[in-house]
Design a protein around this ligand. Structure first.
Ligand SMILES: Cc1cc2nc3c(=O)[nH]c(=O)nc-3n(C[C@H](O)[C@H](O)[C@H](O)COP(=O)(O)OP(=O)(O)OC[C@H]3O[C@@H](n4cnc5c(N)ncnc54)[C@H](O)[C@@H]3O)c2cc1C
Length: 465
């Protein structure tokens, strides 16, 4: 089973006086996910050290390559040129491939709809009349709300980072998405739930603003975006290569404290050996609950706000396929599957036979989020694979040569905004002496947000240095 989240462990370190502690770095970055790596990359002309707990860089950006093809387990839709993600990939010499396909297919009552325009789906899904009316009403409310969310984003993008992120959370923060949508027919509610799972929470948990922002992203003209040639992990791997020995893998931080005019970072390396490093400043690029645990001397209101951030679980199962002619999914990127064990099927090898870059096998990622993922997390990998494979073969019987089914569990899959979430933002973004926070939980969670927060943290650190 590939490693997803780094689970929390208690403080097991008794720190001896360590010779390495004599050196004082300019900045220590804790966490080698995409936020930590891009912060360190920005600060690479300084004396920088990145400490990452796991044995690979990238955190929730994670793919694996083998001689049967690429398998993706985490982030896969990249922004193109003009976004911070796209521009950084290009700066690193990576190749982006447009996802040249209809964004969304749909299955319901075992009917596979791949060619319909998303706006027409509510008319085509086999539903009883009351369920169809309910779905159409919900769709209209989403369209109106998402358009409003989109224009709010455009307006606030002109402001500074703090005001911008605050405004993004404040929009639609007074109620849940399910209250915003009103009472739905059970069949319409099931469809809605499957579509919103990738927010990490169900419509009864996420704020209306968070749900609408997610739809605004999906319906934006730049969606679905780009895939990274060679697999998503090429991105953190390229950042790691640029950082060289500034990045230490297998280094789990247990405590970050401000001491004298600097910061002391302690933890354990991959051999169980304690370490203790000193720096002038630190960037904490770990998920909110871990940041709260390791940074015990942050101001109490900031620690409290970190503890209030809510995450939902994700679970992905990836497979390769061995077809040698274009199959049913050749021109489809995502198929919503509300009645399967998973909620979306992502084709990671779209247009494999018509575009370059898929010289190896086909690649599918089955995804579950929120409550559906929470229930699956209690099953063994074999049980999950059996459930997912049964549904995959039932939905697309023509798929041939399915190999390498692999489960990846993300207990902290995505932070989601809930009603009242905006009240945390001032404490989460407030400047703290010598320590800056970074991570996708500071914004609408995706790679773009993680890197934006990292650039802001790097800006603060540069000002202190
Ligand atoms: C299944 C899935 C699909 C997604 N799809 C997309 C998508 O298509 N597009 C998109 O833009 N985003 C997507 N995302 C979201 C995206 O992956 C995240 O928003 C982003 O990668 C978060 O980066 P981060 O650096 O903030 O956090 P993380 O990636 O969680 O990085 C935190 C790092 O801290 C490390 N760490 C934890 N504890 C310690 C410790 N004690 N000491 C040292 N290190 C520690 C972790 O190992 C990890 O590497 C997806 C996420 C998932 C899980």
């Amino acid at each position: 089973m590939p490693e997803g989240d780094v689970s929390e462990v208690g403080d097991q370190t008794s720190v001896p006086a360590d010779v390495r502690s004599e050196h004082c770095y300019d900045v220590i970055v804790v966490g080698g996910g995409i936020a930590g790596l891009s912060a360190a990359y920005r600060l690479r002309t300084h004396d920088t050290l990145v400490l990452e707990a796991s044995e690979r860089p990238g955190g929730r950006v994670f793919s694996h390559s083998s001689d049967t093809g690429i398998q993706n387990f985490g982030a896969h839709m990249f922004g193109g040129p003009g976004t911070v993600v796209g521009d950084l990939c290009l700066e690193l010499g990576l190749s982006l491939r447009p996802i040249d396909a209809g964004l969304m297919g749909f299955t319901f009552q075992d009917q596979l709809m791949l060619d319909a325009k998303p706006a027409l789906l509510p008319f085509l899904i086999p539903l009883p009349p009351l369920a169809r009316i309910s779905l159409l009403k919900a769709g209209a409310r989403l369209r109106i709300g998402a358009a409003r969310a989109g224009s709010c984003l455009a307006r606030t993008a002109q402001n500074g980072w703090d005001q911008m992120t605050e405004a993004r959370f404040a929009n639609g923060d007074d109620k849940t998405l399910s209250r915003y949508l009103g009472v739905l027919h059970p069949a319409a509610a099931k469809i809605m739930q499957a579509i919103t799972e990738r927010c990490g929470g169900d419509p009864t948990q996420i704020s209306a603003g968070h749900g609408l922002r997610s739809f605004a992203n999906v319906w934006s003209s730049s969606s679905p975006g780009f895939n990274l040639c060679g697999g998503s992990s090429k991105f953190p791997e390229a950042l790691a290569a640029a950082l060289g020995n500034r990045l230490r893998l297998g280094s789990r931080v247990n405590d970050v404290s401000r001491e004298g005019d600097g910061v002391v970072v302690t933890g354990q390396d991959g051999h169980g050996q304690p370490f203790r490093y000193r720096a002038k400043t630190a960037i904490l690029a770990t998920p909110a609950p871990i940041t709260k645990r390791i940074a015990s001397d942050l101001p109490e209101p900031t620690r409290n706000a970190l503890g209030e951030v809510r995450y939902g679980p994700f679970l992905s199962v990836s497979v390769n396929t061995t077809e040698d002619t274009p199959g049913l999914l050749e021109e489809t990127y995502a198929v919503s599957t509300p009645q399967a064990a998973f909620s979306v099927l992502f084709n990671q090898a779209t247009n494999r036979f018509s575009l370059g870059g898929h010289e190896l096998g086909g690649s599918l990622m089955m995804f579950a989020g929120a409550d559906r993922a929470a229930q699956l997390l209690s099953l063994s990998d074999d049980q999950i694979i059996e459930n997912f494979m049964d549904d995959l073969k039932r939905l697309i019987p023509s798929l041939s040569g399915i190999t390498n089914p692999t489960v990846c569990r993300w207990e902290n899959g995505a932070p989601f905004a809930f009603p009242g979430r905006s009240s945390l933002q001032p404490e989460l973004t407030r400047p703290i002496d010598r320590v800056a926070l970074a991570g996708d939980y500071l914004e609408f969670p995706n790679m773009e947000a993680a890197i934006n927060s990292a650039h802001e943290a790097a800006r603060r650190v540069s000002a202190w240095l």
